[in-house]
Design a protein around this ligand. Structure first.
Ligand code: FMN
Length: 384
């Protein structure tokens, strides 16, 4: 189905993004989950604006063995079943992460399970890994790979964008067998990702976050990395682990030491938080169970990122996530040590126009502070 298309040129890109931006408030009339379903269904049909401007040189990042035309990614959870990632990449994200995908299909928690706290730029969700499972994601991802292969390589084309595959575990898989679910993920769908994520930090699957503890973590990661190394389709694919923001200093030190010793390629900091700042507690939805995302998460998740950069000596690729709603926010994460950043909640509120705006603002922050590129600004807060 043809999307709304304007002519070529910068003015046309602006007009097209503005048109989709104007459509976003219509979704506000719907409850959070229905609005999300409608957006994903529209994108899956090919609707959605298309970035035409090439990303500026200053935004390019070399990380995880690949080139990102810009460091702004879509975080996991928006395209859980790999239905809309191509349209999302066309919006202008430097990378899109599908998932979390669980091995077997599972329905997740009963509805309602997502709540907007609009005045706070925040969401509380307790989806609990609703997932169509590996097989269904595999079919969709394979279709895309075949189409890309049929097109061949066009050196003059814009980069297609980078795809991440985020793995979860089924609710009914016991904690002691959790590694099996992630290994299956590597074997079944890992080959389609430019990188793979081991998500052990969602607050909505009982026991999941215990896997971040020293007792489980090194064994779990060793099994996943072994599976990655053995599988010809994934042998060169970086593996990242995604962590929670609610960690004690000792727990973060443990994670840093395991990640270094097991040679994990990167860490995503962070998932949603189970904490509830006072302002959130006062909101009508503030005491809903689940993970809090969006603006209230910016400061705590950036602190964890900053600390982890210090603990890992800047030697491991960090992806900053949590509360980004502007170029200034993305820039703060990069200075704290992120090579790449991701967002979800602000995109859900503001829609596609947010992405060109964040990229423009990030370029302005870099120029203001005399950095030639994102790459030069990574970890700048640690260099005085
Ligand atoms: C509705 C919703 C669903 C999410 N589902 C997942 C998921 O399946 N896997 C995952 O790793 N993170 C998931 N997340 C967490 C996001 O990827 C991200 O880490 C978090 O929301 C913080 O970023 P933000 O403040 O920009 O939203 C979800 C977040 C939201 C709001």
């Amino acid at each position: 189905m043809a999307a709304v298309r304007f002519a070529d040129g910068d003015w046309a890109e602006d007009a097209e993004f503005a048109a989709y931006g104007a459509a976003t408030p219509a979704l506000r009339a719907l409850d959070a989950e229905t609005a999300h379903d409608v957006a994903v269904a529209a994108l899956a049909l090919g609707l959605g604006p298309r970035r035409r401007r090439r990303d500026g040189e200053a935004l390019r990042v070399e990380a995880l063995g690949t080139t990102f035309s810009n460091p702004i990614g879509l975080a996991a959870g928006f395209d859980k079943d790999a239905r809309a990632f191509e349209a999302l990449l066309r919006v202008g994200f430097g990378f899109v992460e599908i998932g979390s995908v669980t091995p077997k299909p599972q329905p997740g928690n009963p509805k309602p399970r997502a709540f907007r706290l609009r005045e706070h730029g925040a969401v509380i969700n307790r989806y609990g890994f609703n997932s169509q499972g590996h097989e269904s994601a595999r079919t969709r991802l394979a279709r895309r790979r075949d189409a890309v292969a049929a097109e061949g390589d066009d050196a003059t084309a814009e980069p297609r964008g980078v795809l991440g595959v985020n793995l979860g575990k089924n609710k009914l898989t016991p904690e002691d067998n959790a590694a099996d679910d992630y290994v299956l993920g590597v074997e079944n769908i890992g080959e389609f990702g430019d990188y793979i994520v081991v998500n052990i930090s969602s607050p909505n699957t009982p026991g999941l976050r215990n896997l971040q503890g020293r007792k489980h973590l090194s064994g779990l990661l060793r099994k996943v990395l072994d599976a990655r190394d053995k599988n010809p389709g994934t042998a060169k694919t970086p593996v990242l682990v995604k962590i929670a923001p609610d960690l004690t200093d000792a727990a973060l030190r443990d994670i840093a030491s395991v990640v270094k010793s097991e040679k994990v390629d990167g860490v995503i900091v962070s998932n949603t938080t189970i904490a509830r700042p006072d302002a959130i507690k006062a909101h009508a939805h503030g005491d809903e169970a689940g993970g809090l995302s969006g603006k209230p998460l910016m400061e705590p998740s950036t602190k964890v990122l900053h600390d982890l950069y210090k603990l890992t000596g800047g030697k491991i690729t960090l992806v900053g996530c949590g509360g980004i709603a502007s170029g200034e926010d993305a820039y703060a994460k990069i200075r704290a040590g992120a090579s790449l950043v991701q967002l979800y909640t602000a995109f859900a509120f503001e829609g596609p126009p947010l992405i060109p705006r964040i990229k423009r603002e990030l370029e302005e922050c870099l120029a203001r502070d005399g950095f030639k590129s994102v790459q030069d600004a990574i970890g700048a807060a640690h260099r005085k």
